[in-house]
Design a protein around this ligand. Structure first.
Ligand SMILES: CC(C)(COP(=O)(O)OP(=O)(O)OC[C@H]1O[C@@H](n2cnc3c(N)ncnc32)[C@H](O)[C@@H]1OP(=O)(O)O)[C@@H](O)C(=O)NCCC(=O)NCCS
Length: 274
């Protein structure tokens, strides 16, 4: 087979990226795609009729890129297209790579040298806070003057500075809460689902308090992705009525041990961004 060449993808390609996403059974998440291309480039392979046969994107942080939305058209899977695209594209970001893999994607990433370093579980549903719930005294709604501290706290917890991502999240934020110890949680709109994350806090109890304070008033579906190192946070969001949709491995390439104070990182921004 001749090696297919990959072409750059960007915000002008959101529609056809969503078309391919739909063909592999993923929802059309316009807001997420716009954020992905605001943070970094994408690459694709175009099929005979001009539609995308394969795609991958690299939302970029300050010191590591994520690999997101890797997909091959079902009609073209199993023929080396995914490996050809990712193999070519992953040299471009020029920094260590991280990704959350599906079970289907995992063999491809292992072939290309990615290794599992952590796991996170995804929870989705309409949450119900206990009746009579009141915000813990240590938690308050953030103002714009808290933004810089939130960026620094996120960098300490996640281990890589993500100022651009946090700017995008704050522009989509429905509610941001902070505590007195540098902890924070953001509830932001990803289209029809509100995501609660990141949550950075010095303990699981503090993370749970922030999570509830971020959730309060959510008008519908909520998603919270929790690293396995925070089992009580995961148990708590399940107790609010969110359904556990399974665990995804966090894999890295060209990266030593995971950076950051990971014990304080209790919920992801989204699997596409870490
Ligand atoms: C995952 C996906 C991108 C792989 O693309 P693909 O073009 O079908 O994969 P390739 O044909 O390039 O195969 C890549 C490697 O993985 C291996 N592989 C693929 N599926 C495998 C499986 N089920 N078990 C073991 N190995 C597997 C292949 O043998 C190949 O290794 P090799 O080159 O050493 O033989 C594609 O299946 C897909 O789009 N799936 C749905 C969306 C998805 O889950 N994306 C991943 C998001 S993290």
């Amino acid at each position: 087979m001749t090696t297919p060449t990959c072409e750059p993808l960007g915000s002008a390609d959101v529609e056809r990226c969503m078309d391919l996403a739909e063909r592999v059974g993923w929802p059309r998440e316009r807001a997420k795609w716009e954020m992905i291309f605001a943070l970094g480039p994408g690459f694709g392979i175009v099929g005979a009729g001009g539609a995308l046969s394969a795609m991958v994107a690299f939302p970029r942080h300050e010191g590591a890129s994520f690999v997101a939305m890797m997909a091959v058209d079902p009609a073209a899977q199993g023929r080396g297209l995914g490996r050809a695209l990712l193999g070519q594209a992953m040299r471009r970001p020029g920094q260590p790579l991280m990704l959350y893999a599906t079970e289907e994607g995992r063999p491809l990433y292992e072939r290309l040298g990615f290794r599992e370093v952590d796991r996170a579980s995804k929870h989705v549903g309409i949450p119900t806070l206990p009746s009579g719930w009141t915000a813990p005294g240590a938690v308050r709604v953030a103002t714009s003057s808290d933004h810089a501290a939130v960026v620094e706290s996120d960098a300490r917890g996640f281990g890589v500075r993500r100022a651009s991502l946090l700017q995008l999240l704050s522009s989509r934020a429905e509610r941001t809460v902070v505590d007195a110890h540098g902890g924070f949680a953001i509830r932001w709109s990803n289209g029809h689902v509100a995501v609660v994350g990141p949550i950075v806090a010095r303990s699981e109890d503090a993370a749970i308090a922030l999570c509830d304070a971020a959730i309060v008033g959510a008008p519908g579906m909520v998603r919270v992705d929790v690293p396995v190192g925070s089992p009580r946070v995961a148990e708590h969001v399940r107790s609010l009525g969110l359904i556990d949709l399974g665990v995804s491995p966090l894999m890295t390439w060209d990266q030593g041990p995971l950076p950051g104070a990971r014990a304080s990182y209790h919920a992801l921004a989204l699997q596409a961004f870490g």
